[in-house]
Write a protein that binds this ligand. Structure first.
Ligand SMILES: Nc1nc2c(c(=O)[nH]1)N[C@H]1C(S)=C(S)[C@@H](COP(=O)(O)O)O[C@H]1N2
Ligand SMILES: [Mo]
Length: 452
């Protein structure tokens, strides 16, 4: 029985945990592939950008943020479910006793490091030596922390308590990044050690036995091959089907929709508020994205056209003053762009829920709201619960000043439960509908829901 358990635990480490973690890291690298804030450095000094320009030139691979995000949020399930099952197994089987380091381990570990550096004799070993016990346990703890920091970044509003426990959104990003670097370091050292230990050791790793009879070893390798084939079949399914122009493959898109359903039924609540900040925390929000802002704005000519639920036309054409007559709200929130940056910014405006009650009463029954710019170049779709969130504003002021053109004058959407992509600038039209409105960035492979 003991032998059987060892086989399972050892195979689990090497057959499942290793590939699953690799997938997570690879898909994460696609995200780091996107934008300059990812760098290794200290203070003002940057040692390495993620990734440097030469990397793009050399590899010929473009930036893949939307694909990377989609993959990461699919493999996240595999990572989390496998991690939970693995830890549960170690716990229930009692094998954690062999893995978790005790005080003696730390003394022994120093001796093992000395041995590895060729400075001393190898201390007596159990199934795992002290250094292995310490590193393997650390790696499992790191897996748990990666999951928590990842969730804190994925849903920083719905899980605001978790995000603030980890030091806030930017700290959670930092922690998640350095945990990843830690895994990569562990892989490097680990693989080097396995190569040094030689074929027999590698064979016993795969087989899950210390002493491997050739027939058992053959069977183990066959099973491993079978697992690899199954994994390829899974990947084949995920990437099958032809994506629309610029979009991600349909099954990948389906997983994003599944994630949306899980979040909307189990996590999302309009009582969950985005954290707010004091005025001293306000940073400089950069102007990002000019789609739909190219034409010169003539403030006096601007109107907001509104089509209520089940109406066939845009029945209202509102001036800014009519909208400003609604109750005014101010909020200082952390504005988050999918590209990986965020800036604390203050906005003032009217709640979209008040706007709807006043200018399109009854339209709350619609499933969605669509909005576009006057020239129809930029457009977003918003699910109704998020639209009615108390922090969702139609804003005309930013950091105490009237909105500038580049930030979306005369009126923009501020929706802290969504990424920046949904915060449409210079709104021209609002309509209420059950059919999911088209969304500019969703057409480029980003999640339509884009909820935080
Ligand atoms: N009309 C319009 N709205 C837009 C965009 C755009 O290109 N055009 N870009 C979006 C994106 S991706 C972001 S991050 C935010 C940026 O808002 P800011 O320019 O005020 O920082 O606006 C969003 N709204
Ligand atoms: Mo963005």
């Amino acid at each position: 029985m003991l032998l059987l358990k060892h086989r399972l635990a050892t195979r689990w480490h090497h057959w499942i945990n290793f590939p699953v973690l690799s997938l997570m890291i690879l898909s994460g690298l696609f995200i780091y592939w996107a934008w300059d804030p990812y760098r290794i450095g200290f203070g003002e000094t940057t040692l390495l950008h993620m990734f440097p320009d030469w990397f793009y030139k050399f590899s010929g691979i473009g930036k893949k943020l939307s694909l990377g995000m989609a993959m990461h949020f699919v493999f996240g399930w595999v990572f989390a479910l496998n991690g939970i099952a693995y830890v549960a197994y170690m716990w229930l089987s009692g094998e954690w006793r062999e893995l978790l380091p005790d005080a003696k381990c730390f003394r022994q570990a120093i001796a093992v490091v000395k041995h590895d550096l060729g400075l001393g004799p190898l201390p007596p070993q159990g199934r795992y030596n002290a250094a292995q016990r310490i590193t393997y346990s650390a790696v499992i703890a790191m897996g748990g922390l990666s999951l928590l920091t990842g969730l804190a970044i994925y849903k920083p509003v719905q899980l605001a308590w978790l995000t603030s426990l980890l030091g806030g959104y930017q700290w959670a990003r930092w922690e998640h990044f350095w945990l990843t670097m830690g895994f990569i370091g562990f892989f490097g050292i680990h693989v080097a050690q396995v190569i040094r230990a030689g074929w027999v050791n590698f064979r016993s790793m795969v087989a899950g036995y210390d002493d491997v009879a050739p027939s058992r070893s053959r069977r183990a390798f066959l099973a491993l091959g079978g697992g690899a084939v199954a994994a390829f079949a899974g990947a084949g399914w995920l990437f099958s089907g032809k994506p629309e122009e610029g979009d991600i493959p349909p099954n990948l898109r389906n997983v994003l929709k599944f994630n949306e359903r899980v979040v909307r039924s189990a996590l999302y609540d309009n009582a969950n508020l985005a954290p707010t900040f004091p005025a001293s925390a306000i940073g400089k929000l950069k102007a990002n994205g000019v789609e739909g802002l190219e034409e010169e704005l003539v403030p006096a000519a601007w109107r907001l056209e509104v089509r209520p639920y089940q109406a066939s036309e845009f029945t209202r054409k509102l001036t800014l003053d009519e909208i400003k007559a609604l109750p005014r709200y101010e909020e200082t929130i952390e504005f988050k762009c999918v590209e990986g940056w965020s800036t604390v910014t203050q906005f003032a405006g009217a709640r979209l829920s008040d706007f709807t009650a006043r200018f399109a009463p009854g339209s709350e029954r619609a499933a969605c709201i669509g909005m576009n710019t006057p020239d129809e170049v930029y457009y977003v779709g918003i699910d109704m619960p998020s639209a009615l969130h108390p922090q969702t504003l139609l804003a005309w002021e930013m950091n105490g000043q009237p909105l500038t053109d580049e930030h979306g004058a005369p009126l923009r959407l501020v929706i802290p439960v969504k990424y920046g992509i949904k915060n449409i600038k210079r709104i021209g039209r609002i309509w209420y509908t059950d059919a999911r409105p088209a969304d500019y960035w969703a057409e480029y492979g980003y999640d339509w829901y884009a909820g935080l």
